[in-house]
Structures are given as C-alpha cells and as structure tokens.
Design a protein around this ligand. Structure first.
Ligand code: UDX
Length: 431
C-alpha cells in the first residue's frame, strides 16, 4: 500500500519507518525543510533505538521518502496518517491549530485532484470529538461534492514510549481502530494484521478510540501518583514503599508496572494529556477529582525531596549541591516537564547558591529551558560529584547506580537508584 504521513516528528517518523518493514511505500510530509532533507539523507531527526537502521534500509530500497509537498504525497497515497502535535494552551486545554492547518492543506490538495478512495487516519492524540467535529467537518465543508463518499475517516491512537518506540510499534499490547465506515476500517485492519494477531486489534467508534488514548495515559499517571501518595505515607512510617508495591503489584488485577514511587512523571505526554482531559471534563461539567489529584500529587513530589534535605540541614541557604539527572526519564535527552528541572527550581528557591548539574544526554536541552547563573552544567559525572557533597538523584540513569560514586556524600535519592551502602548519609524520597 502507499502510505502518506503528515508530520515527521516522533510519532510520524517511527510509524512511517516501521511500515516499510512490511513493504509499504511511505511518503512523509513535513513543513520543516531541514527535517525533510535530513530524512532523505538517512539522518533521523530523533534518536530511537533501531530507527536509523530501518530508515537507511527503507531509503536504500527506495520505499520511503520525505517531502514538503502535500500534493506529491497525496497524488500517490491510499492512506494518509495525521501525526502532528496537539500541544497544551496555557490553561491546559488542547490546542488544535495544527490539526486545523493540516485539514486546510488537505482540502486545497483534494480540490486539485480527481476523486478516488482515500482513507485519513488520525494518529495525533486528540480529545473525543476532534476527529469528526473538527478534522472531518473542516474537510467535508471544503471539498468538491464528487469527493464525498470517497473519503473515509479513522482514528488510530499511538501508545509509543520514548526510547522504546520501535519495539512498542512492532509488539503492541493492542491496536485500536476507530472508523466511520467499513472501507476505512478494513484498510487499517489489513495494514496492522501484518504486525499483530487479530485478537489484539480492537475496533471501536472514532470517539471511543480517542478516549481510549487519554484514559490509558490518565490511568498510568494515576498509578504513579497513587504510588507516590502511598510512598509519602510509607516514608513517614519508616516503610519502603517499593516493598509495599511489590506486594500490591503481585495482584494480577493491579499489576506491578507504573507503581515506582519517586519524583513523579514528566515527558511530553502524561502531564499534557492529563491536563487536557481534566480541562475537557470540566468544560462538560464534571469535577474530574482523580485527574486533579493525580496532577496535584505529581506537582508536589519534587518538593518532598527538598523537604528531606531541609529537615536534615534546617536551611539550604548558600549551600552547593549536585543534581544528577535532567532528562524526564533515563535513556532520552528529552527534558519536557522533567521533574528534575522542577527539583532544581525548588532548590534555587530555597536559597541554594550553586547547583552542579549532570546528565549523560540532556544537558544541551536543559540549558535551553533552565538558564540561571547559579546552575553549573558539568560534562562528566566525576566533575559534578567532585563539586559538592550534597547529592540529589533525579533520573534513574544506569550510570548513577554505582554505590562507590557516593563515598563521603550525603545523598537524597528521588528514584531509588542506589541503596546508599557507601554514602555518608542516604535518604530516599518514599523509602
Ligand atoms: C508515555 C506512555 O507510556 C506512552 O504509552 C504514551 O504514548 C506516551 O507517554 P513516555 O512519555 O515515553 O510514554 O514515558 P514513560 O516511560 O511512560 O514514563 C513517563 C513518566 O513517568 C517518566 O517521567 C517516568 O519517570 C515516570 N514514571 C514511570 C514513574 O515515575 N514511575 C513509574 O512507575 C513509571
């Protein structure tokens, strides 16, 4: 099949590149010319394990290319996936301006083409109703009458984790397909049957597919905040919450995943999606208490670690500290909504004179969002650790797990990276 993908960011690129593994021809469209050129040269604009190799092979086999032209893509494509960002507005609600811009481009392009069967697939995370009431409505309102009846609209959310995206794409727990007609649904089932067994494909109405994505991310976020809430209680009782969650997670109905207590969740999805769902629910008159509490617990978590240090030193005024980890999770350079950056902000607010920060991959990105003369970014772990004796661990990079790094140090661990066997003093956030 010929598959077009609009948006060659993280989701679009991984999806498009992985489709070539089953011999589909993929044409990626992006507004950023540099990105398009890089992809065509085999240079992936993002790092994901395994992605570069598949991209290069697809280019060699001549079954993938990128372009800035909708026309070039749409004159060939049988199916068009939409994978553009849906960021948050300042009030937390979802911003649909990229979806609207794509719909406008599609209308212009369709009106230059002869009608034939075409399937649109919403891959972007969008609130229930968006695919039909905004995307589909804009397209149907703008196109020539001959096109009507030829176009199918579908929704197919992604559940890819950063750093695991290729693996998650190739071995998904489920593929959710929402469709407004048989043709669109069958085309998507045909594409995905090459990747997963039938029983993993869930067919639902479009708005159900949209809500499945939000409900999944909200539930995982809630599990983390739940572990943190119980963790804060456990800490005050002298209990290690990881021992508690081991017992809790053995119940198959609950499961152990996403019950790791610590500084909380960050990244480009969980905080944004929970806020958007909260806002959406409220706009319809629902209180959304669990989502509200999920975000509130998460927001306060970094200050819990700072409080432990305040308890020990009474004041942090004028002190120098080390912060290990800046990325929102290990094995990525992404610092979006990273709890580590919130921890640093909190430390500076409490009067810390200097923060010696280190991360194996995320320093450049952290510098662009956290530029303060009191933060010294170090190029090596040793250099950071050599600069102060009070150490905060904010991201569970494997590099930080060596106990002997902490000899003579006073460590406040936000991710249960070490046991503190060699440290002079050790305290965990929820253990
Ligand atoms: C997430 C979802 O897992 C994925 O399905 C969705 O499509 C996009 O959002 P990602 O943002 O890559 O993926 O990160 P994930 O690995 O899920 O972790 C999110 C955050 O939660 C990280 O900050 C991580 O440190 C934190 N986390 C995760 C915990 O604090 N405790 C846990 O037990 C698990």
């Amino acid at each position: 099949m010929k598959i077009g993908i609009v948006g060659s960011g993280y989701v679009g690129l991984v999806t498009g590149v992985c489709f070539t593994l089953k011999d589909h021809e993929v044409i990626l469209v992006d507004v950023v010319k540099e990105k398009v050129d890089a992809i065509n040269k085999g240079i992936s604009p993002i790092y994901e394990p395994g992605l570069d190799e598949i991209l290069k092979e697809a280019l060699e086999r001549n079954i993938l290319r990128a372009t800035t032209s909708y026309e070039e893509m749409m004159k060939e494509a049988d199916v068009v996936f939409i994978a553009v960002p849906t960021p948050s507005k300042p009030d937390g609600s979802m911003d649909v301006r990229f979806i609207e811009a794509v719909a406008k481009q599609i209308v212009e392009t369709l009106n230059k083409m002869e009608p034939r069967n075409l399937v649109f697939v919403m891959k972007s995370t969008v609130l229930p109703g968006t695919t039909e009431n905004i995307f589909k409505a804009l397209i149907l309102a703008g196109i020539r009458d001959e096109w009507k009846g030829k176009i199918s609209f579908t929704m197919n959310p992604e559940f890819l984790r950063e750093g695991m995206a290729v693996e998650d794409f190739l071995n998904p727990d489920r593929v959710v397909i929402g469709a407004d007609n048989d043709y669109g649904r069958e085309v998507l089932v045909k594409i995905y049957r090459d990747f997963v067994d039938n029983e993993k494909i869930l067919i639902v109405p479009i708005k159900v597919a949209e809500l499945i994505k939000y409900a999944s991310n909200a539930f995982l976020s809630m599990k983390i905040s739940f572990a943190n809430e119980i963790g804060n209680l456990a800490k005050s009782l002298g209990i290690d919450v990881y021992e508690v969650m081991e017992g809790v997670g053995m119940d198959k109905r609950i499961g152990r995943a996403f019950l790791n207590a610590g500084l909380g969740f960050g990244g480009s999805c969980f905080p944004k999606d929970v806020s958007a769902l909260l806002n959406f629910g409220r706009s319809l008159g629902h209180e959304m208490k669990l989502l509200e509490a999920t975000l509130e617990v998460n927001k306060k978590q970094p200050s819990k670690l700072v409080d432990l240090a305040l308890k020990r030193y009474r004041s942090l005024e004028g002190k120098e500290v080390v912060v290990l980890g800046l990325a929102f999770k290990p094995n990525t350079d992404d610092v979006r909504e990273s709890r580590a950056l919130e921890l640093i902000k909190e430390l500076l607010e409490k009067g810390v004179a200097k923060v010696h920060a280190y991360d194996p991959k995320a320093i450049d990105n952290a510098k662009t969002v956290l530029d303060d003369e009191r933060i010294i970014y170090h190029n090596s772990l040793e250099s950071a650790l050599g600069s102060a004796d009070i150490v905060f661990i904010a991201t569970e990079w494997q590099d930080f797990a060596d106990e002997s790094l902490y000899e003579g140090k006073e460590v406040f661990d936000g991710r249960k990276v070490i046991k503190g066997e060699k440290a002079k003093y050790y305290e965990g956030i929820c253990w």
